[in-house]
Design a protein around this ligand. Structure first.
Ligand code: DGY
Length: 323
């Protein structure tokens, strides 16, 4: 009987969706399995359902001689060594589309919270330090009509751009492609940084985007601009971001992702203008349930000899594992 190993209990009780297979992994209410535990269980697994925080590297794949599919419970798949998986003939699938609207909504929540200093206001009220309405209390930045720069105009970036239209925000973008009929304008990164009042990051983490927003790029942003990211932490140089916030060069930051999750640097924790969220972009019941369903579809398809809809290493597999 084929064995499906899931490193975490997923919503919607997906085990029942894979009849005829043995399901291995934490039960409801149990903590996610640590790496050592799921690595040990990989020896007998035909399928792995993992989280973005599970590193499926050459070591893990070498410990999984029977493995046919890795279903990543995320759209970003920088945690998986695609070359190593493909070289072993292991299919890798992810969960696009179903989390687009949830993540775009959350991006806007962070954008507005950072621009309007919502975190500082909330802390003031909770600390019992609010002394009443004042003309100059926590003045923030306008959003309506300001320019939005989208780095990575893919599915999520385009959904954010659609929301920006409701705020009459002109959109410029770097990387990706605009939807037909969209007024979004493609520009070089330097122009985007120099002209945007809000910069939002939606590109995947790859060798080319790691550190894309480094000290130079952050310094090139407009004084008082807001940076938002719901993509992956290492795309932004966190130390340089802290410098820019501490110098007052940036007006604020809305961060859902960090360099070394769940650790958040002491400097970011101390930065009043940074709104910090614990990687919640796709965290709605609907999105997370549908992500689980997509993972299960991928597992079922591959174990039945079919190509799953969200295969991310099709070309590498076809090339026999050579990228
Ligand atoms: C993803 O899917 O890549 C998000 O970061 C979590 O939903």
């Amino acid at each position: 009987m084929a064995r499906v190993l899931a490193t975490t209990h997923l919503p919607g009780d997906p085990a029942r969706l894979v009849p005829g297979h043995e399901w291995l992994g934490p039960a409801a209410g149990e903590a996610p399995w640590p790496r050592a535990r799921w690595l040990g269980a990989l020896a007998s697994a035909d399928a792995l359902v993992c989280l973005l925080s599970d590193r499926v590297d050459a070591e893990a794949l070498a410990a999984a001689p029977r493995l046919k599919v890795v279903a990543n419970y995320a759209v970003g798949h920088d945690n998986i060594d695609l070359d190593a998986a493909s070289a072993r003939g292991v299919a890798v699938a992810n969960t696009p589309d179903v989390l687009v609207e949830a993540t775009a909504d959350f991006t806007f929540a962070l954008l507005l919270a950072a621009a309007r200093r919502l975190g500082e206001g909330e802390r003031l009220v909770r600390a019992g330090q609010w002394r009443g309405w004042a003309p100059d209390l926590l003045l923030g930045a306008d959003v309506a009509g300001r320019t939005l720069g989208v780095i990575g105009l893919g599915r999520i970036g385009r959904a954010v751009a659609r929301r920006a239209a409701g705020f009459a925000m002109p959109v410029v973008y770097h990387r990706g492609a605009a939807a037909p009929g969209s007024a979004a304008r493609a520009v070089e990164l330097d122009e985007l940084l120099a002209t945007s009042d809000v910069v939002t990051v939606h590109c995947p983490l790859t060798p080319a985007t790691r550190g894309l927003l480094d000290a130079r790029a952050l310094a090139a942003m407009r004084p008082g601009a807001i940076l938002v990211t719901t993509a992956r932490g290492p795309i932004v140089d966190e130390v340089a971001l802290c410098d820019a916030l501490e110098r007052g060069h940036l007006g604020g930051a809305g961060l859902d992702v960090f360099d070394d999750e769940p650790r958040v640097s002491a400097r970011l924790l101390a930065a009043p203008r940074a709104v910090l969220a614990p990687h919640l972009g796709s965290a709605t019941t609907t999105a997370r349930t549908r992500m689980a369903e997509l993972c299960i579809t991928a597992v079922r398809d591959v174990l039945a000899g079919r190509r799953p809809p969200n295969l991310v290493n099709a070309e590498r597999l076809a090339a026999g594992g050579r990228g």
